[in-house]
Design a protein around this ligand. Structure first.
Ligand SMILES: Nc1ncnc2c1ncn2[C@@H]1O[C@H](COP(=O)(O)OP(=O)(O)OP(=O)(O)O)[C@@H](O)[C@H]1O
Length: 261
């Protein structure tokens, strides 16, 4: 479904130099798969994700989605191809002056869906994410988890085959995180949507993914297949990520002990 072929991304720095956020990278993600991209801050995860729908234009390489080379499409054809790729973000990015239904409808209006079809599709999408009772609420009246559900409904509005998720649970508590992961897993199972999820949390990607790419300094340094009963990371960065943040340590006390030593 998704094929990145030696894709790279360089940014110009204010000092007039170039910074490589993603080194030439190849990646294949099959239809119906849930794939995680994990790594520490600055590893290049979000940039790699945004290369999939060409939100970031690649500096080199090809992005092939559902058999189409997105890098070779005209602006109009790219706009059409992008309807096949929904996206959600850490901070939801909802329109605050529109209701829940209005937010989902907005995606359809932009896509040129005939007016007569919009209300029915909005209802379908809100049913999928379990938010039918909040249709007329404004985002300010919703919890973080509910906001992310609206964002998911909006992303699904144009029947995409792919859903890109950029840190979708990083602003949520652990219980709501699980809730949102269950919604995503359900969408994958019921609708067959291929999901790519960026996270810095190994527990998040382990909870939902089939396969994981581990990124470090703009490179995919390891691929983990969660179908393997035992996950034995090879690289140092994957081993560190597997440990997650050791939250059972009181870091203030630890610092005090270090200072006293
Ligand atoms: N538009 C941009 N211009 C210049 N540099 C950028 C731009 N976007 C990202 N970068 C740089 O590219 C590198 C990778 O950024 P990216 O956001 O992809 O990392 P990440 O792994 O998603 O990090 P985080 O987990 O903190 O979001 C970083 O050093 C970042 O500063």
């Amino acid at each position: 479904m998704i094929q990145l072929d030696q894709v790279s991304k360089r940014f110009a720095t204010p000092q007039g130099q170039t910074f490589t956020a993603v080194e030439p990278t190849s990646l294949q993600i099959g239809a119906g798969e849930i794939h995680g991209i994990i790594g520490f801050s600055g590893a290049g995860k979000s940039t790699l994700l945004r290369l999939i729908n060409l939100l970031e234009v690649p500096s080199g390489g090809r992005v092939i989605v559902d058999g189409k080379d997105l890098t070779a499409l005209s602006k109009t054809d790219l706009r059409t191809a992008r309807r096949n790729i929904g996206m959600i973000f850490q901070h939801f990015n909802l329109l605050h002056n529109r209701t829940v239904a209005g937010n989902v409808a907005f995606a359809l209006e932009v896509a040129g869906t005939p007016r007569a079809q919009i209300a029915a599709r909005v209802k379908e999408c809100l049913d999928i994410v379990g938010l039918s009772d909040k249709t007329d609420s404004y985002p300010s009246r919703l919890s973080g988890g509910q906001k992310q559900r609206v964002a998911i409904a909006r992303a699904l509005a144009s029947h995409p085959q792919i859903l890109l998720c950029d840190e979708p649970t990083s602003a949520l508590d652990p219980y709501t995180t699980r809730d949102i992961l269950e919604v995503l897993a359900d969408i994958n199972a019921r609708l067959g949507v291929t999901i790519v999820i960026v996270s810095h949390s190994m527990s998040v990607v382990r909870a939902i993914c089939d396969t994981i790419s581990v990124m470090d300094a703009g490179n995919i340094v390891e691929r983990i297949d969660l179908a393997d009963s035992v996950v034995t990371p090879v690289t140092e960065v994957a081993r560190k990520l597997l440990d997650d943040v050791p939250t059972n340590v009181n870091v203030r006390r630890l610092n005090a002990l270090r200072a006293a030593a």
